[in-house]
Ligand binder design. Structure first.
Ligand SMILES: [Mn+2]
Length: 411
């Protein structure tokens, strides 16, 4: 059985105000071709299908067009998707009566029984191979919120970590109980595992530091594969090759540009993972930086580099590169943004971010002429700044964690 694992699509995302629709469509078209090319039996999307709880109509249409096209080209394809922290679970699940009948299972919230308690049996889905025989039991667990977790006595450890551990243990046990010889036990999740490599901007602001990072041993050792979502950088977890984040298919922040974006193709035989490889997603919009890294030592150097920037005039506007410019400023320069825009006027490039780093005389950013734009700040940055202004101190970690909890509930 061949399974394709992907996550963190964030359909509907905008990057510094620019729609990613074209890049997402390019990815989805590419993915359809790969599903067919590799005769994939199951597609697992491990959360954050959409960037927000109320996705734009274009993003919803994009997703359902993809599902219909995938089932049209591969009628026997099993599609399994779980909600991530960005998704609205109930919105994802609303079309389930239609999708279930097509073999498309979307799990937005933790499956519960009539009394509202977690029902592990309902978290186990069968995945079939090309002959139509069940080849794997897939345990689907969407992004967990504290209210989803069983109560744990504080003496037994961190209530969140231990709660997640128990929930996964019960779900895996239900999957294991269904396994017949030759079937693989596969787990999914959208969660933050400890020891992961973060890609700074788009993740740190939703994670709230390293609080509640989960240890890899919450996933049972007999799982043939664990398909994770949440971290945008592809990686294995806890030294286990079969426990991994697929990573996002496109860079979701400017600083997610340097590493490859990919999906994972995994093959199972006789209940085990026998082959795994990454399929690299081609990038349709480049991210360029001036200078290549760090900050231009002075504005004139940055402006000269911008004028000399090699750009392809044949590209259609939706493929014009994104540009980030960083300039060190020894003294205020009120017209800098206008100067940068003038250097780029009429050229096939999109300026997404201009960062100014005041140097030398201790002038604060607020006093320097180019002000930070709200869109350049994460919610945590804004919170820290307000806290600094009102209390002249950094927020303590517990307060910051509470802030992130609120933020996640609102996301
Ligand atoms: Mn996420």
């Amino acid at each position: 059985m061949r399974l394709l694992h992907t996550a963190d699509w964030h359909l509907g995302q905008t990057l510094h105000g620019v729609s990613r629709e074209h890049e997402h469509q390019h990815f989805l078209d590419w993915l359809l071709d790969r599903l067919e090319e590799h005769a994939v039996d199951a597609l697992v999307i491990a959360g954050d299908l959409f960037d927000g709880q109320n996705p734009p109509i274009t993003a919803l249409a994009q997703f359902y067009r993809f599902v219909a096209a995938a089932k049209g080209r591969l009628p026997d394809l099993d599609i399994v998707a779980i909600a991530g922290n960005h998704d609205s679970g109930s919105r994802l699940e609303a079309p389930s009566p239609l999708l279930d009948a097509m073999g498309v299972r979307i799990v937005g919230s933790l499956p519960v029984d009539g009394a509202g308690a977690f029902d592990p049996e309902r978290a186990v889905l069968a995945l079939t191979d090309r002959t139509g025989a069940v080849a794997a039991r897939c345990v689907v667990v969407p992004y967990l919120r504290p209210a989803d977790l069983p109560a744990v006595d504080e003496a037994e450890g961190d209530p969140l970590i231990e709660g997640v551990r128990r929930l996964y243990a019960a779900a895996a046990e239900a999957g294991r109980a269904r396994l017949r010889p030759g079937e693989a036990l596969i787990l999914t999740g959208h969660c933050y595992m400890g020891g992961g490599e973060l890609s700074d901007l788009s993740e740190r602001k939703i994670l709230g530091g390293n609080l509640h990072a989960l240890p890899a041993d919450i996933f049972c050792a007999d799982a043939a594969y664990v398909a994770l979502g949440h971290l945008h950088r592809p990686q294995a977890v806890g030294g286990r090759d079969g426990v991994r984040y697929s990573g996002s298919p496109i860079p979701l922040a400017l600083d997610e540009e340097p590493y490859p974006h990919q999906v994972v193709l995994a093959e199972f035989a006789a209940g085990r993972l026998v082959e795994r490889r990454a399929l690299r997603v081609p990038r349709v919009v480049e991210i360029r930086r001036v200078p290549g890294n760090g900050a231009a030592a002075e504005p004139e150097a940055a402006l000269a580099a911008l004028r000399a920037l090699p750009l392809d005039p044949a590209l259609p506007p939706e493929r014009w590169p994104y540009l980030e410019v960083t300039v060190a400023l020894p003294e205020p320069r009120p017209g800098l943004r206008d100067e940068v825009e003038a250097a780029l006027a009429g050229r096939p490039v999109r300026l997404l971010k201009l960062t100014v780093r005041p140097t030398g005389d201790g002038r604060t950013l607020a006093e320097s002429a180019v002000r930070a734009e709200l869109s350049d700040l994460s919610p945590e940055d804004v919170f820290r700044r307000i806290h600094a202004r009102r209390h002249e101190s950094e927020p303590d970690p517990a307060l910051l964690a509470a802030f992130h909890e609120l933020l996640e509930d609102m996301a």
